[in-house]
Write a protein that binds this ligand. Sequence first.
Ligand code: AMP
Ligand code: MG
Length: 354
Amino acid sequence: MKRYIAKACPITILICLLCLLVMQGCTAPGEVKEHTRNLLALNTWINIRIYAGREGPEIINSAVQRLEEIENRMSVTIQDSDVSRINSNAGIQPVKVHEDTFEVIEKALEYASLSNGAFDITIYPIVQLWGIGSDHPRVPSDEEIKEKLKLVDYQKVMLNKDEGTVYLKEKGMGIDLGAIAKGYAADEVVRVLSQAGVKHALINMGGNVIVIGSKPNGQPWKIGIQDPRSDVLQQHIAVVETANESVVSSGDYERYIEDVYKKTGVRYHHIFDPSTGYPANKGLMAVTVVAEKSIDADALSTVVFVMGADEGLDIIEQMENVEALAVTMDKKIHTTKGFDKRLSVTNEEYEIIP
Ligand code: AMP
Ligand code: MG
């Protein structure tokens, strides 16, 4: 039998091996190659790119599963999500939520207090009133805004850690985790991928980018910062070099009422100032924050956008290992100290002011 295999099979074995290779998507055992996946989740297009062996597609599957889990818990539009249940029980009773949701809300309240309410997840009644990004956006009256603004107050979110419950004190209140949940999801994708042994990856969640390690060739990743005044996606104003970090941008260009903008030049966008109920208007078009954790970069990019360049960048300056840039209406890129060294401007209309 042994002799038979040795004599008769080299070609057959070779063919079998080749077939196996083809079946495995041409990844030889031990060979690392690029695997990518695009999907729509958390209200945005997501691209996951990892470098892994033949198990790459399965690893991506588990990351996607984790994303879907988070979306099902934190989406404000999914009827039985934790967030929807919290909102429909506002002023009625505390709601038991999954620990993922609890953790994100706890973090959101920390950022609310750090920013003195510039970041406030109870902004939802205002978000709904304007409907920006929905199919019925409109500019509400001052009276309507004043009325809804009464319901916006992060100090009326009651957390009970022992019970794992969340309670909104007033009827009509609502929370929206749109400014922070993507960051949490990005960190969780990184955790799943790292646990599966992935050493190099780039995940792009519509403006929320997070990377694992460097590029496979040892070079840092180069992340483009979107031109806030170009209709073309991937049109950049600058590039930041990074490894093992998250780079998150927020801006008035992501969602706004287009027909009003075309008629009047006024850009009513989706990031609200909780002190006025109107879109934040501190002279910024965009903000980018770089931090180790995407949840921090995500929350902070919204914080800086609402607070404006001076106050916002001051807050970031006091944090360790967090950097930020803020792009003003006159196309100046203001940065935290030293961050300018990691940036290269790719559009001459913009100028860095360190
Ligand atoms: P981002 O793109 O991360 O800046 O988040 C914007 C989203 O967060 C909006 O679409 C709203 O759902 C929500 N949001 C708007 N204004 C605020 C705010 N001041 N604080 C917290 N969340 C907000
Ligand atoms: Mg954010």
